[in-house]
Write a protein that binds this ligand. Sequence first.
Ligand SMILES: C[S@@+](CC[C@H](N)C(=O)[O-])C[C@H]1O[C@@H](n2cnc3c(N)ncnc32)[C@H](O)[C@@H]1O
Length: 267
Amino acid sequence: MARPVGSITRGTTGHNRLRRADRWIAAVHGRLLRATARPLVVDLGYGASHVTTLELFTRLRRVAPDVEVVGIEIDPARVAAAKPYEREGLSFALGGFELPVARPPVLVRAFNVLRQYGEAEAWRYWRALLERLAPGGVLVEGTCSEVGHRAVWVGLDASGPRTLTFSARFDAFERPSDLADRLPKTLIHRNVPGERIHAFLRDWDHAWAVSAPYSSHGARQRWIAAARTLAATWPIPCHPPLGGRARWRLGELTVPWPAVAPDVRDA
Ligand SMILES: C[S@@+](CC[C@H](N)C(=O)[O-])C[C@H]1O[C@@H](n2cnc3c(N)ncnc32)[C@H](O)[C@@H]1O
């Protein structure tokens, strides 16, 4: 077997750390998984424990009973540690960005993996992963805080990045721009004046500030009000599956990628 593409990095992970992203994947891509024959999902870089891959498997089986999940790790010791937890539909394998799986996956989740690479590499590995997808497949690539209370992820398809989603527990931030520390590698260095992502976070903070009166009904109502305010000037999806009250009430907000994309790619 050729050497896996990539490098071993820190294996930090934990129970329920990726719950917010899994919930989004099930809601937004459940239909895709159900419409695919023998849908294969890859969890790339699952870390020091198999636990987030098992959680993804359990959550996706609820919306797509035929789904198969393969956890891929570049560290052989982490693969050996996960193997005892294999079961029907869930397996673990050694590999990297080349995705050594039997058939093209319809969905790849990669969380807290690319943040440990350089910005130019992140763009390059996005492309490499997109080339490995089944027709119509998607990549969900993101970053979250240690326990998952703040998370940001990008949804991509064969054409490239399509959406950017923010998700936070209501007690895990003071203002929406606090989530900037979880931006994906391809954006985090672009959060400076003159860049769209910076303007977006500035306007979201403003929408949050003017929605302060809603706090008397709780932070959830304030988040929903801020999303509505922001949608007046930014192309925020306001209907399911990506937007609207049902998503916003979870402490989630999705924006189309072109609205926040950097002007120049380093790759
Ligand atoms: C910080 S952990 C993230 C674990 C889990 N995804 C989470 O978010 O909780 C990152 C893991 O990705 C693995 N990794 C890094 N590059 C990789 C690659 N190219 N292919 C597979 N695994 C990789 C590292 O070895 C490490 O175990």
